[in-house]
Design a protein around this ligand. Structure first.
Ligand code: NAP
Length: 269
């Protein structure tokens, strides 16, 4: 039987890199896409892994990566939209380029990559699209407005998309990680704080003093496992929360009203 093929975005680090290793270990062909494949020393040495350049904000690179992957492996059975970028700070102080980048990467990039793989999945009459959102796609913390706006957008997009793709044999899945100690805070986070807006500064400073002490799980591989499960379990399950914090908070979100959940979050910040 022919091996299945997955295209993963943001495969240079974190969940994306672990997912490349896990799919490969399980016998899949992997199109490991990233902005700078020339910097990647390890993944290219694995059998049946094709390193391709794909910047989700660069349309030509998306088209080329999809074409290259299909030429090499003959199909795309799963797409993992993992590439992501975060931002932290007061909305009023957010630089316009950060606002745009936040949506360009986390929303418009996801849409463009999905549109690029769909012709192949429609030809195959099968496929799974796994969108890596966040527990922050269904619950919101302070000073992260832009990031939450994009992850809520990915949730809504995915939930609606499943209706039009199901009759074509294509499934849509959402993976919702809690807090994990990847390199996200180091390489993928724009922090603009309160800028020079003194009205916000006391509250932002309290938040900033606590944010580094938030418990983040070191069990990063759990997210790759959830991505793999979503891509391969054949089920109709839409959402895959991962991590104790995500499971607990999303359960609370189901059981509590808006005011109660706001007070719960505020009591932890
Ligand atoms: P990470 O290690 O920083 O990975 C982010 C990846 O996205 C990097 O490979 C980065 O590539 C890539 N990327 C950024 N902009 C891109 C672009 N324009 N085109 C292509 N790739 C781009 O962080 P991570 O924690 O694994 O994050 C992966 C996903 O999980 C993100 O969508 C994030 O929002 C989500 N998430 C993370 C957490 C967490 O606690 N870590 C929780 C919930 C959800 P470069 O190497 O080129 O920068």
């Amino acid at each position: 039987m022919m091996a299945s093929t997955v295209l993963i975005t943001g495969a240079s680090s974190g969940f994306g890199k672990d997912a490349v290793r896990l799919f490969q270990k399980n016998g899949w062909n992997v199109i490991a896409s990233m902005r700078s494949p020339e910097k990647e020393a390890e993944l290219g040495k694995l059998d049946n892994v094709a390193l391709v350049r794909l910047d989700v904000t660069d349309s030509a690179s998306i088209q080329n990566a999809v074409a290259e992957g299909i030429a090499r492996f003959g199909s795309i059975d799963a797409l993992v939209n993992n590439a992501g970028f975060g931002s932290l700070g007061v909305l009023e102080a957010a630089p316009t380029d950060v606002v745009r980048q936040q949506f360009d990467v986390n929303v418009f990039g996801v849409i463009e990559v999905i549109k690029a793989v769909l012709p192949q999945m429609r030809r195959q009459k099968s496929g799974v699209i796994v969108n890596v959102a966040s527990m922050g796609g269904r619950i919101a913390f302070p000073f992260s407005t832009l990031y939450h706006a994009t992850k809520y957008a990915v949730e809504g997009l995915s939930e609606s998309l499943q209706f039009e793709l199901e009759p074509l044999g294509i499934k849509v899945k959402i993976v919702e990680p809690g807090g994990y100690k990847t390199d996200f805070a180091g390489r993928s986070l724009a922090t603009f704080g309160a800028g020079d807006l003194l009205d916000y500064k006391p509250a932002y400073d309290v938040f900033a003093s606590k944010v580094d002490t938030w418990p983040m799980s070191e069990r990063v591989w759990e997210v790759a496992e959830a991505i793999f499960e979503a891509a391969s379990d054949g089920s109709e399950q839409l959402r895959y929360p991962v991590g104790a914090d995500a499971v607990q908070l999303l359960q609370a979100r189901k059981e509590m009203d808006d005011l109660a959940i706001k007070n719960l979050i505020a009591s932890h910040i």
